[in-house]
Design a protein around this ligand. Structure first.
Ligand code: ZN
Length: 179
């Protein structure tokens, strides 16, 4: 398993709709393994293949073990995922993205989603997700269509920067003001 480079905002691959996977082979297994490794090493809860420069419809999602969620710690790896059901009930929570480091902002998402796709061997898979897990799936599947959370943020003025000390500051605050 290899930790791959994470592509950041400005790289065209993040804005390109990703291609459907048709070959369920060893290369796909390696891609999924690398994505899981890259996600964990960056302390992320999800990663989409375009984020490592691979324009294919593959995502991984894993909430940290210690997170208060019934499916925390479980690794989901989905190929050609699609949201087939979403709850009318929505929730607004802060989101961030490994491709847009240190920026967070409130995004409205469905509270529950049903995701259909294939596993790495091509077997049909269905996941019913709620809360933070549902949010992670919606965020990662957006990546496959070239959509980033900043496109969906409630209002651009609500974007915030997280300093290395973990402080949340307005986006435009100059570095000097931190000290
Ligand atoms: Zn992201």
């Amino acid at each position: 398993m290899t930790v791959r480079k994470i592509y950041t905002l400005g790289e065209p691959v993040l804005r390109r709709p990703a291609k459907k996977v048709s070959q369920f082979n060893k290369a796909l297994q390696e891609l999924v393994d690398d994505m899981a490794e890259t996600m964990r090493s960056a302390d992320g809860v999800g990663l989409a293949a375009p984020q490592i420069g691979v324009s294919q419809r593959v995502i991984v999602v894993q909430l940290p073990e210690e997170y208060d969620h019934p499916l925390a710690g479980k690794l989901f790896a989905l190929v050609n995922p699609e949201i087939v059901e979403r709850s009318a009930e929505e929730e607004v929570e802060n989101e961030g993205c490994l491709s847009i480091p240190n920026i967070i902002g409130p995004v409205r998402r469905a509270l529950k989603v049903t995701v259909k796709g294939k596993d790495v061997r091509g077997r049909p898979t269905r996941v019913e997700a709620e809360g933070f897990l549902a949010r992670a799936f919606q965020h990662e599947i957006d990546h496959l269509d070239g959509i980033l959370f900043i496109d969906r943020v409630e209002s651009p003025e609500l974007l915030r920067r997280v300093t290395p000390e973990g402080e949340v500051v307005p986006l435009e605050a100059p570095e000097e003001q931190k000290a």
